[in-house]
Design a protein around this ligand. Structure first.
Ligand code: GLU
Length: 446
């Protein structure tokens, strides 16, 4: 490791003990930024890197709620307000039993640079709870969301901090939280994004992260004169991001052969076409069932307890969760001829996997660039709420597409190496950093 990175990381680890995901996210960024900062000493003197690694504010609270049996349950609630240099805090809420301070701080840290890359005026934040929506009734989810918002509403606002969805938080949860915010604060404002269409949501917000990750991959393919036509694509996950990534790949002429959930993955060599995708959407969004049922219905292979990276493909789209693709799996992907990885999830590849992508010079789009389409359309939802207007599907999709092209161009500007190879990791980290750093310099020691 570069000794300068080592020294910086020693401080981060000492100050944030036992937060391994946070260390991982910061180290990846530090490896890109420290050499850049050495060449641009104004950022060094102002300690911008040290400052962006410390949240502006961390809010921790108790979330008590009553389950269907009448028993009191207690969960933890969090909101990390990471950086507001270029706009109000913005970022999703995650409800999952693995949620802890380390995971939310890594996500909030990534969000700062991601939001900057979108070109929209949004700072970075993240929040959530260790509440597990799996197996809970609608009423339990509603009571939990109401209790969560009863406390959270004291800290957020349409000009302060605007949460949205992430794992375990979709349209249903946003609706319950919006209702509670409005009731307590007595104001109808765009304090959350990912809202339903009837009460201020934007068209294309559900599609945005998945579509965006595919648009980004398409831009990467174009740099080699290639396209999605005829490509075999492996997707992990089967939630919102995976579903709409699959839809967009189909539209562009590729073939998606896998989707997964936490229990295993299905391999459908014939491709998950529009009809089968509609089945996945119904299964996951309405019936809230397991992906194994797909294999039973369509008579294809189901791999219990496994991840899809052993399947031969040209393009891999990790759309499930952090650290879901390790060194061994990256080796297998590359040995099987995969040459594009575009991350729909946040930090799905381990550092060792990323090192292999770069070594083999494949087209690798890290999450903070490739999955920025979700928060970008959240930003467009905020604009529409402020205007009290709503744009058409075509208009939002066209803006999303342009934003993904712009993010790709930024990565190219900051990540192109002397032999023409685009290092998208450096490109995204430096490209995201510069805007935030300049704003922080202008605002003084805050
Ligand atoms: N959770 C999403 C992300 O990781 C979206 C956040 C948002 O829309 O605010 O970027």
């Amino acid at each position: 490791m570069d000794p300068r990175v080592e020294k910086f990381m020693a401080q981060i680890v000492a100050k944030n003990a036992n937060e391994k995901e946070f260390h991982q996210a910061v180290q990846e960024v530090a490896e890109s930024l420290i050499p850049y900062i050495e060449e641009n000493p104004k950022y060094k003197h102002a300690k911008v890197l040290e400052r962006i690694a410390e949240p502006e504010r961390v809010i921790l609270f108790r979330v008590p709620w009553i389950d269907d049996k009448g028993e009191i349950q207690i969960n933890k609630g969090y909101r990390i307000e990471m950086n507001s240099a270029i706009g109000p805090y913005k970022g999703g809420l995650r409800f999952h039993p693995t949620v802890n301070l380390s995971i939310l701080k890594f996500l909030a840290f990534e969000q700062v640079l991601k939001n900057s890359l979108t070109t929209l005026p949004m700072g970075g934040g993240k929040g959530g709870s260790d509440f597990d929506p799996k197996g809970k009734s609608d009423n339990e989810v509603m009571r939990f969301c109401q209790s969560f918002m009863t406390e959270l509403c004291k800290h957020i606002g349409a000009n302060t901090d605007i949460p949205a969805g992430d794992i375990g938080v979709g349209g249903r949860e946003i609706g319950y939280m919006f209702g509670q915010y409005k009731r307590i604060r007595n104001e109808f404002v765009g304090v959350l994004t990912g809202k339903g269409r009837q009460y201020g949501g934007s068209l294309i917000r559900p599609e945005a992260t998945g579509y965006g990750a595919v648009y980004f991959a398409e831009e990467m393919l174009k740099t080699r004169g290639d396209s999605f036509k005829g490509k075999i694509v492996t997707v992990s996950g089967s939630g919102n991001v995976a579903q709409f990534a699959t839809e967009k790949v189909n539209q562009l002429g590729g073939k998606v052969v896998t989707v997964s959930d936490s229990a295993g993955f299905i391999h459908d060599p014939n491709g998950i076409d529009a009809e089968k995708l509609a089945y996945v959407m119904e299964l996951k969004n309405v019936k809230r069932g397991r992906i194994k049922e797909y294999a039973d219905k369509y008579g294809c292979e189901y791999y219990e307890g496994k991840r899809p990276w052993e399947i031969k493909c040209d393009v891999a789209l990790p759309c499930a969760t952090q650290n879901e693709l390790n060194e061994e799996e990256a080796k297998t992907l590359i040995a099987n001829g995969c040459f594009v990885v575009s991350e729909g999830a946040n930090m799905p590849s381990t550092p060792e996997a990323v090192e292999l992508y770069i070594k083999h010079k494949i087209l690798y789009g890290p999450g903070k660039a490739a999955n920025a389409g979700g928060v970008a359309v959240s930003g467009l939802e905020m604009s529409q709420n402020s205007l009290r207007l709503s744009w058409t599907r075509e208009e939002v999709d066209q803006r999303l597409h342009q934003i993904m092209k712009d993010i790709h161009a930024t990565c190219e500007t900051y990540g192109k190496e002397s032999d023409g190879f685009i290092n998208y990791v450096n490109g995204a980290n430096i490209g995201g950093f510069v805007k935030v750093a300049e704003a922080m310099l202008a605002q003084g020691a805050v």
